[in-house]
Design a protein around this ligand. Sequence first.
Ligand SMILES: NC(=O)c1ccc[n+]([C@@H]2O[C@H](COP(=O)([O-])OP(=O)(O)OC[C@H]3O[C@@H](n4cnc5c(N)ncnc54)[C@H](OP(=O)(O)O)[C@@H]3O)[C@@H](O)[C@H]2O)c1
Length: 252
Amino acid sequence: MNDALGQPQSVLVLGGGSDIARALTRRLVAARARTVVVAGRPGSPTVAAAAVEAANGGASVRTVEFDATDPPSVAAAVDRAFAGGDIDLVVVAFGVLGDQTDAEADPLRAVETATVNYTAAVVAGLAAATQLRRQGHGTLLALSSVAGVRVRRANFVYGSSKAGMDGFFQGLGDALAGTGARVVIVRPGFVRDRMTEGMQAPPLATDPDTVAEAVVRGLASGTDVVYVPGVLRWVAAVFRHLPHALWRKVPA
Ligand SMILES: NC(=O)c1ccc[n+]([C@@H]2O[C@H](COP(=O)([O-])OP(=O)(O)OC[C@H]3O[C@@H](n4cnc5c(N)ncnc54)[C@H](OP(=O)(O)O)[C@@H]3O)[C@@H](O)[C@H]2O)c1
């Protein structure tokens, strides 16, 4: 159960090696998370590093393996994580940006993006929801993206996968109403980290620590959706309603 201050004491991070997830886990451990299950690809150095960070912060740490290109392994990882005891917070952090140009040249290059970002996220969400319903408490936090609010020509393969997963988690949140469990969706804009390395940062670009800080605040506030930075909520609202002819002209 969350402690008296509403902080999660046990956390499962699916995609625990992600830069954003690591920044978040460090904060959660500093704020008293006692048990952390770091889940990610077998042999991933970033997953190992995340586990060491959480242990150094004083948490009891377990690692669980899965590969999001193999959706059954995602469900199995969630079940293995919960077999160790109740979990207050499940973070769905895995994802790939993919290469839009490659995907347009060879449709099969889009499969990994679609599978990891959408199919595996759906499996993770449903498997975690089953466990949270059984517990009668807990939060499912999904790392979506502003890219999914209105899909852009420049990255429509990634954007559509995030739009799909975002819509899925909205519906899952509705399905969990009244069960004691809830869903929080995080929509960061461009984050300067491993995923965007080498790309030119647009205005309002942020960093993993800022995302983590906003998520911790969002978890405490009881909100369903966290935009990072917060001003993107209003930018996204404008984007959502721009006429199509204008939207096409918005620079990449
Ligand atoms: N960076 C941004 O600008 C941005 C903006 C909005 C939303 N997001 C979303 O935030 C989430 C975290 O991304 P990030 O920025 O922290 O980037 P990141 O550091 O590249 O994290 C992505 C994570 O996904 C994991 N992953 C990729 N393919 C996987 C697979 N087949 N099986 C299991 N795990 C897999 C990676 O594992 P390894 O550690 O083993 O490589 C990595 O830990 C993603 O869902 C991303 O779409 C990112």
